[in-house]
Design a protein around this ligand. Structure first.
Ligand code: MN
Length: 129
């Protein structure tokens, strides 16, 4: 992990630009350093390169199933310790068991309650502060 820095780094993997921009602003205003990816493959690459403290992962991505992104990250020794919070849109994806089995630590259903999101993140960041 990348502890020892100031602001915890959150990697936001989200293809919807409106959501990505809004969440980036929200997270930055809340004291996080934000990394962004708009595709699953790019998200995996950035996760390996930058070792963020947490990943917010949209499960509906154009290039890869978000669950496959989570599985890939959780099998890779470089990234498997990074907590993943899934952002789910479709009813099928809200199945908590499927999310957890894929390596996610938690999931939130869209539309995302931003207060709930900001309350949730510190639970997964205790080791990095
Ligand atoms: Mn999406």
């Amino acid at each position: 992990m990348s502890g020892g820095r100031g602001a915890p780094a959150v990697l936001l993997v989200e293809d919807n630009e409106t959501i990505r921009d809004a969440f980036s602003i929200l997270l930055e205003e809340s004291g996080y350093a934000v990394l962004q990816a708009d595709r699953g493959a790019a998200g995996i690459e950035i996760a390996r390169e930058k070792s963020p403290d947490l990943i917010l992962l949209d499960l509906g991505l154009p290039d890869m199933d978000g669950l496959e992104v989570a599985r890939t990250l959780s099998r890779d020794s470089e990234t498997r310790e990074i907590p993943i919070v899934a952002l789910t849109g479709r009813a099928l994806e809200t199945d908590q068991e499927v999310c957890l089995a894929a390596g996610c630590s938690a999931y939130l259903t869209k539309p995302i309650d931003t207060t709930q999101l900001l309350d949730l993140l510190p639970r997964f960041l205790t080791g990095s502060r």
